[in-house]
Write a protein that binds this ligand. Structure first.
Ligand code: ATP
Ligand code: MG
Length: 361
């Protein structure tokens, strides 16, 4: 029987991929401490806040790997500590963020904003630094979904975002809804639209972020084009419903993102099935599995499904989208989507060179 020693255990974990970058833990100084003897192994691994949602899964996989290597060992303890790796600055807007994710769809009303906001909340609850940009300047709904109001103040030439208390780092949120009185129509011309989006990105005091989640307006590619011109996006999440028409629209949305060189991170199927609040029975109102099949056909990851649930609509209307995580019939679905999304990003990071960071102009 092999008795583990610190050097062998360290070597065993050296190639384990960091859940943020996909690169070897051993190469990034993330194997912080290793104790090993005949009875027990204890390792301390440093992970970044970007990977916060993957901490439990990573801990479990490391433990599994150690147990597989030393089947006779008594105790295996894997402790995760914070590993600091600040973001660089992205694009001509100089945004300090590691991952910028657009949430879009081809069609209106499929639940983009609900999914975008819920992804942001899930990542923030886990401990990541997350911001939300509501890029729907025609019909901003993020303030409403989060129960936020007020007018952003200007401090030293920077717009102070409105912050939502969720997770350890209050989440900065920026939306045209904070700047234009509710119900007032604004006519946007192309260049103004581009200006508004770049200004919200550039002049908002976001602070360093792990993720900026962007809630996209329905349909046209104007905003996607603007975004792709001012900063490199990690990619887009496409939301659809199981109906055929919506799937066709989703295919169009995917083509639109691809046209402006924004990679597709995956598809989310919203309103997948109806969960009866009385009996917990599942009804496949629109048929099921459509998005999963389409994702497979298009060779893009399927990130998960969200049931059609009265409580999700109620929480949204009450400005308490956060409460979707306290509900067993919606929380686990959103949590799974966040975990798959973070996993997909790690895989994409390891396959691609790091995003270009430019100095602020
Ligand atoms: N899974 C769900 N179950 C029940 N209601 C939902 C679900 N997802 C979204 N809704 C509700 O559907 C409505 C539309 O959702 P949402 O605003 O997120 O869609 P959208 O795609 O962003 O719309 P738009 O195209 O107007 O931006 C909202 O009232 C929301 O609460
Ligand atoms: Mg919306």
């Amino acid at each position: 029987m092999t008795v583990p020693d610190p050097a062998t255990v360290t070597a065993l974990l050296a190639d384990f991929p960091d859940p943020e970058t996909g690169r070897a833990l051993g190469s990034m100084g993330q194997i912080v401490a290793v104790e090993a003897g005949p009875q027990a192994i204890a390792v301390t691994i440093g992970l970044t806040s970007h990977a916060a949602i993957l901490r439990q899964a990573t801990r479990a996989r490391i433990e599994e790997q150690l147990r597989a290597a030393y089947p006779a060992i008594g105790r295996v303890t894997v402790t995760i500590t914070d590993h600091d790796r600040p973001p660089g600055r992205l694009g001509q807007v100089g945004l300090e963020a590691k991952s910028v994710i657009a949430v879009g769809s081809g069609k209106g009303g499929v639940g983009k904003s609900t999914v975008a906001v819920s992804i942001a909340i899930g990542l923030a609850r886990a401990g990541s630094r997350v911001g939300i940009l509501d890029a729907d300047v025609y019909g901003p709904s993020v303030p409403h979904l989060l129960g936020l109001s007020g007018r952003p103040e200007i401090d030293q030439g920077r717009i102070q975002p409105i912050r939502l208390a969720v997770g350890p780092h209050p989440m900065p949120v920026m939306s045209m809804g904070f700047l234009v009185p509710a119900g007032e129509a604004v006519v946007w011309r192309g260049p103004m639209l581009h200006g508004a989006i770049s200004q919200m990105l550039r002049d908002t005091a976001w602070g360093p972020l792990d993720y900026l989640i962007i809630d996209m307006p329905p349909g046209t590619g104007d905003i996607a084009l603007s975004l792709s011109q001012v900063l490199p996006l990690s990619g887009a999440v496409v939301v659809c419903t199981p109906q055929d028409v919506a799937l066709l629209d989703a295919t169009k949305a995917i083509a639109m993102f691809r046209k402006v060189q924004i990679p597709i991170l995956g598809m989310v199927e919203n309103m997948s099935f109806f969960l009866c609040p009385g009996c917990d029975k599942r009804y496949d109102i629109f048929g099921s599995g459509g998005a999963r099949r389409t994702a497979a056909e298009l060779d893009i990851p399927f990130l998960g499904e969200v049931p059609l649930q009265i409580a999700i609509r109620e929480h949204g209307d009450a400005g308490r989208t956060v409460a979707n995580y306290d509900d067993d019939r919606s929380g686990p679905f959103f949590q799974a989507i966040c975990e798959r999304l973070a996993g997909t990003l790690a895989a994409a990071h390891s396959a691609r060179p790091p995003l270009p960071s430019l100095p602020v102009l």
